[in-house]
Ligand binder design. Sequence first.
Ligand SMILES: [Zn+2]
Length: 270
Amino acid sequence: MSSKISNVESDRFFDGDVAFLSKDGMLFKVKSFNLEFTSTGFPPSAVKSDEDAATPIPLEEDSKTLDIVFSFAYPDLPLPDMNSLSFEDLLKVAIAADKFGMQHGLEMTFGHFYKFVMTHPNEIFAIAVKQDSAALIAAVAPYLVSLSVKELCSAGISNRLAVKWSIFREEWIFALLAGQKDLGRHDGCLFWRETIKPRLHKRLFTTTGIAVISVQGYQIGDQPTVQSIWAEALELLQGERAIGIACCVAELEHWAHCTLHGLALVQFPV
Ligand SMILES: [Zn+2]
């Protein structure tokens, strides 16, 4: 059975000596010379100039992805607008650039991932681990700080990034502990001692140690944050005693402010 030849031809890649057919049927004629010098992963036959350009090599990628990926091989052509790509489309470009061994192009896609760290931290983490990218790991670290170094190693992170992660996570934990050091100073207040502090302890510690808590804006799903724990304790205060207990409110605020101030200073090591 002959392969389906598309009658839709790229208007940017039409004069090369090797032809590719996208998954959605667009024909790209690309100069093998350009591919040879900008990639390592195209099918070997693709970069032989004596191949018949009329027999296109089918690729799994769609035309939108290939239009960008082939642009990486043409430094004199303007890149298509990558700013407007959805996360899913950007991911397809990154996967294709990686597959075709276009490191320069791959790194260009990294720059566009930052705006998606809030919505897709786990996926970006996976890319960062695979590509050993310290910059991408740094961007997702505040979202995934609850992951232990052991969990990161299971995900295949490099030793280099595992060390950086442990420093970051350790400093995060130190900041949480610094915020908690004054929790006992208001023990003279019965309501604090018997109601508020035990509730905080329940949130701030696990059976095995300290809970590595996130902060608002960086939580994944309904993970507790310093702010949500603070709000929960305030609610408890207001619920129990309609005329608020100002001393306990002030103590809660002290804990939250100290903790948030400390966490704001924690940076992923470069
Ligand atoms: Zn009190």
